[in-house]
Write a protein that binds this ligand. Sequence first.
Ligand SMILES: [Fe+2]
Ligand SMILES: [Fe+2]
Length: 258
Amino acid sequence: MLYRILAVGDVVGQSGVRHLAKHLRAAQKLYGAHFTVVNGENAQMVGLTREDAEAMFAAGADVVTLGNHAFGRAQIASFLDDCPYLLRPANLGERAPGRGYGVFPCGRVEIGVLNLIGRVDMRVQSDNPFRAADKLLAAADKPRFTLVDFHAEATSEKLALAHYLDGRVSALWGTHTHVPTADETVFPKGTGYLSDLGMTGSVNGVLGVEAAQSVEGFLGGLPGRYRDAGGACKLQGALFTLDDATGLCVAVERVDIR
Ligand SMILES: [Fe+2]
Ligand SMILES: [Fe+2]
């Protein structure tokens, strides 16, 4: 049987959360998605609250992953400990609240979801994601499918990790840059890949942030706390088609709903 996994790029601001709530169910139906992973690190622009996570689950996310802004709103820490469906990057280390890997039922199979963070230009203390992946994939009672959200800036780091894990995970996609890439592919040993999913939120603005505010920051002014650009929104991500006979990927397509 083929399983279709919908991966959704960083939800930015309350306009992103609302857009997800409005369109995710229809997208799941349209694409015949069996399982959905949403990156939610920017629901409050920097970080998210428990209410945001619950809104994303209510919208249809099976698992919400995070990134460098995981703890932008510190009150999320206790919910990270309590909620197995909310993951922060596994390689943030053992002192961080919550967890970075989980195994979830989906029909007749189990799906492992691993959230990792890169180390190139990320300004976050983290362990080596390649070694962290080795450790987690070796320790885990291998579920039929394994998905990886690699939250990273550098395309080189994302591609290198995908090569390193080719054949060992079903799909690996990048998040964080908020700009989708056009390099969807299935690697030689069967791992589905896309360097970046893009974002869910305002079409205008700078990566979801109000444009004038971002420009002010680059001119040397004090931009202050990020404001949601609002207005027309998009939902971006990718659909990975996985075969339960092999545990690997047979097709990848990009998703962009406006
Ligand atoms: Fe990020
Ligand atoms: Fe982000």
